[in-house]
Design a protein around this ligand. Structure first.
Ligand code: ADP
Ligand code: ZN
Length: 600
C-alpha cells in the first residue's frame, strides 16, 4: 500500500486517501471480488483507477453513460494515464486507435457501455488482449429494487463469463439492503467482499423549507451565491425553463436542461456548466448522472424529490471536492400529492408500487422530521449517528409548538367542506377570505369560516401540509389535491390526541452570506485576489484546450495555491491536486502567475 500512497500523490496530487478508499484498493489489488457502497462524491472512481495505474494490465470499466465515460477519459488524460472509451458514438478512427493501444498493451483503462460488452465476441477479444480486471460503475442499475434499473445491466453476468471471470469491483452509491443483496446475487457467483462506507457527507449543509413563496425563496437563496456553480432541480420541464429565464433576468448566468430540449442545446448547456464557472443549471432529473464536476457549490430542489435515494444522489453532486457546499429542499403538500399520483399511475407490479410508496413516505418523513436532518438521513441508510449540530433543525431554524387547536380548526374545515378541497381553499375558509369559489360553494356561511383570522393564509397551508405528512389527512382519491380526514385525524378532532407541529419562523431575507463557501474564509484579502487571478488563468487555459476548468485544476487546488504561494516546482508539488502530469503541463504558467502577482 506504500506504492499506492505514492501513486496517489505523484499521479493525482492527493495527500491522503478518503475514508474507505484504502481498504477497497487493497482488496482490489489482492485480486478479490469487491462490492463497494460509498456515497456519491466520496471518490469511488479512484478505487479502480489507482489499481489500474499501479499494476498495469487493462481494467475494463462498465459505465451507463457516454458522458460519464468521456469525462473520465478526459480526466485520466489530464493526469497522463492511458484511457479510452469504446462506444456507439465513437469516431471509427478513435475506435481503431483504441484497439491498437489495447492490443499493444499500453491502455490502462477502457470504458465501455454494457450494451457494447454484450456484443458477440467483444468480451472475448478483450480477454485475449489481456484484460485483467472488471469494474462496474453504478452497479445498482442491475437491480429492479434500485431506483435506476437498466435492463442492459442484466447482460453483465454473461459478459463476465466471456471475459474469463476476472476479479470484479462493483461500485454503487445506493445502499438499501434489498438492492445490495440483489447486486451481489446478479453480478457475482460467490458473495463478494463488501465495503459499506459511511454515507455522511459532512461538508454538505442540509436545509429544508416548506414552500411558502417558492420562487422568492429560491431567488433569495441563489442571490446570495452569485458567481458560484449550482444546480436547481425542478419537477417539470416548463418550470426549468421559466426559472432559468427569471434567474437570468436577476443577473445570473442561468441555463435550462431537460429531456425536452434539443440534444445539441442540452450538450451545449452541459458543456458550459462543466467548463465555465458560476453557472446556475436549472434542470429536471435528466441532468446529473454524468456530472462529475467537483466544484458544484449548491443544489436546490425547487420541488420535493420522489425518494431519499434520488434526493441523496442529487445533493451528492454538490461539494465533491470536499469543500463546503449547501443544499435547500423545498416541499409542499402539492408535491406529496403529485408524487403519490405519479406512483399510482405507473405501470409496475404491486410489489414495486409498495416499494415506491415506502420510498416516498421516507422522503416525506425527512421533510417533516423534527430532530436532525442528517440523523434522519443517515438512519435511512442504516447508520446510527448523533445530532449533527449544523442542519436547519439543529440550528433551530424551526421549533415545535402544541398545534392541537390549529389542527382541529383545519380538520373541522376539511369535514365541513365535504372532504374534497385542497390546502389553498381550506386556508381561504379559515382566514375568512370570501373568494368566488368560497361563495359559489356557500363556504362563507360555514361555522369554520374565518375562525383562523389570526394566521396568514400561508401559515394555514403549512399546517394543512404538516397534517397531511403526519397522516391526519389523506388525499381524496378522485379529486386533484383534495384532502379527507383519516382515523388519526378524527382522534385529533375529538380531542383524544394531541398534535405537535413545526412553527416555521418567517425569517427576514437572508443577506448574501458568503461569497464562495466557507473555504474561502481561509484566505485573506490578498489571497482572495490571487485566487481570482488564478481562476481567470484557469479559465483561459481551459478555453484554449477545450476542456473543463476543473480538469486544469480544481477550486481546492487554486485555493491551496493562493494560500501557499509556491515559488518553485518543489513547492508546487505540495499543493493539493498537483501531480506530476499537471505539474509538467501547467506548473510553470501558474508559478509565473503567482510570482507576478503583487505582494507575492
Ligand atoms: P464518486 O464516483 O464516488 O461519486 P468521484 O470518484 O467522482 O466520486 O470523486 C469525486 C471527487 O473527489 C473527484 O474530483 C476526485 O478526483 C476526488 N477525489 C477522489 N479521491 C480523493 C482523495 N483521496 N483526495 C482528494 N480528492 C479525491
Ligand atoms: Zn442536524
Amino acid at each position: 500500500m506504500k506504492r499506492a500512497a505514492a501513486t496517489l500523490k505523484s499521479v493525482f496530487g492527493y495527500d491522503a486517501f478518503r475514508p474507505g478508499q484504502a481498504e477497497i484498493i487493497e482488496a482490489v489489488l489482492a485480486g478479490r471480488d469487491v462490492l463497494a457502497v460509498m456515497p456519491t462524491g466520496s471518490g469511488k472512481s479512484l478505487c479502480y483507477q489507482l489499481p489500474a495505474i499501479l499494476d498495469g494490465g487493462l481494467t475494463v470499466v462498465v459505465s451507463p453513460l457516454i458522458a460519464l465515460m468521456r469525462d473520465q477519459v478526459g480526466q485520466m488524460a489530464s493526469l497522463g494515464v492511458e484511457a479510452a472509451t469504446l462506444n456507439s458514438h465513437n469516431d471509427p478512427r478513435d475506435t481503431d486507435a483504441a484497439w491498437d493501444r489495447l492490443e499493444n498493451g499500453t491502455l490502462r483503462l477502457l470504458f465501455v457501455s454494457p450494451e457494447r460488452l454484450a456484443i458477440g465476441g467483444f468480451a472475448e477479444r478483450l480477454a485475449r488482449a489481456g484484460a485483467r480486471r472488471l469494474a462496474i460503475d453504478e452497479a445498482h442499475c442491475v437491480s429492479q429494487w434500485g431506483h435506476d434499473f437498466r435492463p442492459e445491466y442484466r447482460t453483465l453476468a454473461a459478459a463476465k463469463k466471456a471475459l474469463g471471470r476476472l476479479p470484479t469491483l462493483a461500485l454503487t452509491a445506493t445502499a438499501d439492503d434489498a438492492t445490495r443483496a440483489d447486486i451481489a446475487a446478479q453480478l457475482f457467483d460467490k458473495p463478494p467482499l463488501s465495503f459499506l462506507h459511511s454515507f455522511d457527507r459532512p461538508n454538505i449543509d442540509l436545509r429544508f423549507a416548506a414552500k411558502d413563496r417558492p420562487r422568492e425563496q429560491i431567488a433569495d437563496f441563489i442571490a446570495g451565491r452569485k458567481g458560484q456553480s449550482g444546480i436547481v432541480y425542478t419537477a417539470s420541464r416548463a418550470k426549468a425553463e421559466s426559472l432559468a429565464a427569471s434567474f437570468a433576468k436577476q443577473g445570473h448566468r442561468a441555463l435550462p436542461y431537460h429531456a425536452g430540449l434539443d440534444q445539441s442545446v442540452r450538450s451545449e448547456n452541459q458543456d458550459a456548466f462543466l467548463t465555465e464557472d458560476g453557472i446556475v443549471m436549472v434542470a429536471t432529473v435528466a441532468f446529473g448522472m454524468g456530472i462529475n464536476k467537483p466544484d458544484v457549490r449548491y443544489v436546490v430542489h425547487a420541488d420535493m424529490p420522489g425518494g431519499i435515494e434520488a434526493y441523496y444522489q442529487e445533493i451528492g453532486r454538490a461539494g465533491r471536492d470536499g469543500l463546503p457546499a449547501e443544499t435547500l429542499t423545498l416541499y409542499g403538500a402539492e408535491d406529496m400529492a403529485l408524487r403519490r399520483r405519479q406512483i399510482a399511475e405507473k405501470e409496475i407490479s404491486p410489489e414495486q408500487r409498495r416499494i415506491e410508496m415506502k420510498r416516498l413516505s421516507s422522503m416525506i418523513d425527512l421533510c417533516e422530521s423534527a430532530l436532525c436532518r442528517r440523523q434522519a438521513l443517515l438512519s435511512y441508510f442504516g447508520e446510527a449517528s448523533e445530532r449533527c449540530g449544523h442542519c436547519d433543525l439543529c440550528r433551530g431554524e424551526a421549533t415545535n409548538y402544541d398545534a392541537t387547536i390549529d389542527a382541529q380548526k383545519v380538520l373541522s374545515a376539511v369535514v365541513r367542506t365535504g372532504e374534497r378541497f385542497g390546502a389553498a381553499h381550506l386556508a381561504d375558509v379559515l382566514t375568512g377570505e370570501a373568494t368566488d369559489a368560497i361563495r359559489r360553494h356557500g363556504h362563507d356561511s360555514l361555522k369554520t369560516f374565518g375562525v383562523g383570522k389570526e394566521k396568514s393564509k400561508r401559515a394555514w397551508q403549512t399546517v394543512v401540509r404538516q397534517l397531511y405528512a403526519s397522516g391526519a389527512l389523506a388525499e381524496t382519491s378522485a379529486e386533484h389535491g383534495g384532502f379527507r380526514i383519516t382515523e388519526s385525524g378524527v382522534a385529533i378532532l375529538k380531542g383524544s390526541e394531541k398534535v405537535s407541529l413545526r412553527l416555521v419562523v418567517e425569517t427576514a431575507r437572508r443577506q448574501s452570506r458568503r461569497e464562495r463557501g466557507a473555504a474561502m474564509a481561509e484566505l485573506d484579502a490578498a489571497g482572495n485576489a490571487l485566487f481570482e487571478h488564478l481562476r481567470a488563468l484557469r479559465l483561459e487555459i481551459a478555453r484554449k484546450e477545450g476542456i473543463a476548468a476543473y480538469m486544469v485544476f480544481a477550486d481546492r487546488t487554486l485555493i491551496d495555491m493562493a494560500r501557499l504561494r509556491p515559488r518553485n516546482a518543489d513547492d508546487m508539488k505540495l499543493v493539493h491536486g498537483v501531480g506530476e502530469a499537471k505539474l509538467a503541463r501547467y506548473g510553470s504558467q501558474f508559478l509565473k502567475a503567482v510570482a507576478a502577482f503583487p505582494g507575492a
